[in-house]
Design a protein around this ligand. Sequence first.
Ligand SMILES: Cc1cc2nc3c(=O)[nH]c(=O)nc-3n(C[C@H](O)[C@H](O)[C@H](O)COP(=O)(O)OP(=O)(O)OC[C@H]3O[C@@H](n4cnc5c(N)ncnc54)[C@H](O)[C@@H]3O)c2cc1C
Length: 427
Amino acid sequence: MGAGPSGLMSAHTLARLGYRNVTVFERNDRVGGKVHTFDGVVQAELGALLIFPDYEVVLGLADELGVPYLPDSQRKYILDENGALWEFQDFLRQRYDAEEIAVAMDNYAKALETFASVGASYTDLHPDLTLTFDAFVDKYDFEPVARLIRSRMVGFGFAYYEQVPAAYYMKIIGSLVQVGESELEAPPTVIFPLPKGFQALWEAVADPLDVRLNAEVTKISRAALPGGRPITVTINGQQELRFDRVIISAPLPSVADFLDVTDEERDLFERVRSNRFFVTVFAVLGLTNRDAWFFDANSSPDRINHVAVWTATSQRRVVSPNFAAPVFTAYQVAEWQATDAEVAEALRSDVSAAGGVVAEVLVQAEWPYFPHVGSDDLAAGFYDRVEALQGQLGTYYVGSGVSIETVEHAARYARDLVMTHFPDRNR
Ligand SMILES: Cc1cc2nc3c(=O)[nH]c(=O)nc-3n(C[C@H](O)[C@H](O)[C@H](O)COP(=O)(O)OP(=O)(O)OC[C@H]3O[C@@H](n4cnc5c(N)ncnc54)[C@H](O)[C@@H]3O)c2cc1C
């Protein structure tokens, strides 16, 4: 269930393995989940947009299905606490000397190598990966590298080094910053061009599959049935259907709302927390840049609600005559208790500090984002327990809650889970 990247990748892989009776239920009227290409007063990605070169599953699907993608040509800068903009390398050089950078690069490369296995799985986790990332960076001594990447981690919604266990960052940091011959490099990214955007890839994946839209799974019942099979799935509170197995890609904290959870499932899913992530597409006066700015000064917990990154939305179609003005997309991690007015005020103040004025908000999306657990739960083997659940009572879990919040990781985990647990029927 769920027609985001993980649900669709599960169904796509099952189809490849020769399974015919596979149905994907999606409560929205579109596929894609947190991949959402908006086409209204403006065209913009309200969810995922960037593809890194090591996204083998996503790029493999795009090649297989003939969905075009392009190198991302937008220039990316880091905005420092004094309002100055820096290119990736220069930000580092103006803060650290060559010796400090060389030592940090070396230590970072060693840490990536030592903890490479977290890229594939969180099971049997090394205890140091349960430290908060700032403590981990101190221990492995690569603070300059971590500082360079901090505004990107917050900009991508993963929030704060002081709060999030190192396992999560170490799983993805190698995609964001690599050790080159003599300097750190941010690998070039790829985008799916508007107007079709990133969602078109998931529409192409969904096309040959049996995907039911506007079909919310409201109940899954396994308990009364011996061995858990068949499983009864209720759609929109009305239609009951029977299946041998279910793959769940809904956010883990929501699973107890529709599944007859066991004590173990309930206990695990209650531990998961998420960030609140706003995406606001707005017309702005007084700013003319065509770039992406990562706000270094807003990448600590005391600056929650403020803009973590904004990008000039280069391809657009706007209908109001006001909009000779450039259109930007801003990303904000927000407090759960913040009001919409407070989030809007934080955006206005950041735009104003940069010399601009928000002329009009064109569209906004709010997402529960980056499901994760804290250091204690990680250390207590949260993911070992989740992995032990896979296949129990004919139930499997995929999605960002069991991998991490990127399209590639969600899709890769789903593909690997199906390949591991479902025998190939073509043989
Ligand atoms: C603003 C933003 C920017 C991002 N940028 C990037 C990026 O640049 N690069 C990148 O790799 N990733 C990015 N991501 C992350 C990426 O989009 C997600 O990690 C990915 O979409 C997760 O896939 P998923 O299948 O686990 O979940 P989702 O995409 O959330 O899909 C889950 C689906 O399940 C459906 N569902 C839930 N409950 C039910 C139910 N009861 N019945 C039926 N259907 C249900 C939902 O409607 C949804 O469609 C971004 C995300 C956001 C929000």
